[in-house]
Design a protein around this ligand. Structure first.
Ligand code: G6P
Ligand code: MG
Length: 215
């Protein structure tokens, strides 16, 4: 009954969190404060501007105008794009390419559903574009996860009904987005964090097509 697999990008296909962290940390440091890797966990799956708001809150920075916030986010993104510009296919997370390929070989449709506006760059650097029938990302979506828009758009582009879709996500907001869209969910990470997922695996290297049948 599963006809399509929709994948979040950051934290599922590739670990960009470390680059996001470095760039946001540099920005915070320039403003005179710091934040921990633990705090960075809260930024996973959160859009660029919403991430900035959280970080400004951690630094008790309350005096920024909207224009200044846009400038700060752009500065961070410039550093970030510099780093992801150096990425190679070696940075694809273990098992990710193999599992997506296995889905396709089995006749399932595949799509990316990500909040990131840098999705096209990342997929190109990783040479993964040919593996996806549809790519829905931060450039085409207006309402952030946990709203289901990103995944519903993906399902629509694949021409598959939501109930026949499985979403692979490392962020709680992403799992909730999929549930809100009426889709099945596989959490990537720890079961303690992703409590609402139908099942949780540590990475796509632990996924097989037989597991999909049990959802
Ligand atoms: C993903 C990441 C977030 C990031 C967001 C926007 O959801 O998990 O950490 O903030 O994408 O990314 P962008 O590349 O558009 O700044
Ligand atoms: Mg993610």
């Amino acid at each position: 009954n599963i006809k399509a697999c929709l994948f979040d990008l950051d934290g599922v296909i590739v670990d960009t969190a470390v680059y996001h962290y470095k760039a946001w940390k540099r920005l915070a440091n320039e403003m005179g404060f710091d934040f921990t890797e633990h705090q960075n966990e809260q930024l996973k799956g959160v859009s660029r501007m919403a991430s900035l708001e959280l970080i400004l809150g951690w630094g008790n920075v309350t005096n920024k105008t909207e224009a200044e916030k846009l400038e700060l986010a752009t500065r961070k993104n410039d550093w970030y794009t510099e780093m992801i510009g150096q990425m190679t296919p070696a940075e694809i997370l273990p098992g990710a390419r193999e599992f997506v390929q296995a889905c396709r070989d089995a006749g399932l449709k595949t799509a990316i559903g990500s909040a990131s506006k840098n999705t096209p760059t990342i997929l190109a650097k990783l040479e993964l574009l040919p593996l996806f029938d549809a790519v829905v990302d931060g450039n085409s979506v207006s309402i952030p996860k946990p709203d289901p828009e990103v995944f519903l758009k993906g399902a629509e582009e694949l021409n598959v009904e939501p109930s026949a879709c499985v979403v692979f996500e490392d962020a709680l907001a992403g799992i909730e987005a999929a549930i809100n869209g009426g889709m099945k969910t596989v959490g990537i990470g720890s079961p303690d964090m992703l409590t609402r997922a139908d099942m949780v695996v540590s990475g796509l290297d632990k996924m097989t097509l037989d597991i999909l049948d049990k959802l």
